[in-house]
Design a protein around this ligand. Structure first.
Ligand SMILES: Cc1cc2nc3c(=O)[nH]c(=O)nc-3n(C[C@H](O)[C@H](O)[C@H](O)COP(=O)(O)O)c2cc1C
Length: 199
């Protein structure tokens, strides 16, 4: 770590750069799973040959399944009307609040199979499906870059941003999620060879 690094300035630059939560799903060896991510983005400037990139923490089951299958679906979530927003919040709480290592998270969500076999969340706003063409081990995460091989818009609604979602999520859920972050961050510290913080 650089001695003179201004961590607050670094955070002011880097945090919130990607405001749209996405749901990433995949399937491998007969196991389907998914998680919520704030790290997704476009992976090419070419509109005729789109690519998508995601960054998955190594401790997450979805990470291992994407590594194994080489495919995933990345969904944007819908905001707007109460019913639509409620379905998006259910996706966030189901996929982002616990690990598929502890049980089948997709069982309670509406899905259909995509062309890559990845489960498509039919309550999402829109999605792309990707086949991984490159991956980069970043110690705490793996960055996956994929060719987009399918895409669809499932409804007309605004994209749900994380600020709106955070305000609408039940406080018990956000508090429980924030308590769990210490484990997530310690896993990242282990990956980077940095000292862990007490739980
Ligand atoms: C708003 C939000 C953003 C998140 N961003 C990421 C991310 O970019 N990468 C990641 O691997 N996990 C991210 N997570 C955490 C995973 O969604 C969470 O650890 C999930 O329970 C992992 O599930 P799995 O073990 O079934 O894959 C995020 C969670 C939330 C709620």
């Amino acid at each position: 770590m650089t001695e003179s690094l201004d961590l607050a300035a670094a955070d002011a630059v880097l945090s919130g750069l990607r405001p749209f939560p996405v749901a990433v799903t995949t399937t491998a060896g007969g196991r389907a799973n998914g998680l919520i991510s704030l790290s997704a983005g476009a992976g090419s400037v070419l509109r005729e040959a789109p690519r998508v990139q995601i960054s998955l923490a190594k401790r997450n089951l979805t990470h291992d399944l994407v590594k194994e299958s080489g495919v995933f679906a990345m969904h944007l979530l819908a905001g707007g009307d109460d019913d639509v927003l409620a379905a998006s919040l259910a996706i966030i709480m189901t996929l982002g609040g616990s690990s598929g290592r502890d049980g089948d998270k997709l069982a309670t969500l509406a899905t259909k199979p995509g062309v890559t076999g990845s489960p498509i969340l039919t309550d999402a706003l829109s999605y792309v499906e990707g086949r991984v063409v490159a991956s980069l081990d970043t110690e705490e995460n793996t960055l996956f870059l994929a060719d987009v091989v399918a895409a669809d818009r499932l409804r007309r609604a605004p994209r749900l941003d994380i600020g709106t979602a955070w305000k609408a999520l039940p406080p018990e859920w956000t508090q429980s999620y924030e308590r769990g972050l210490v484990h997530e961050y310690n896993a990242a510290r282990r990956g980077r060879g940095l000292p862990e913080q007490p739980v």
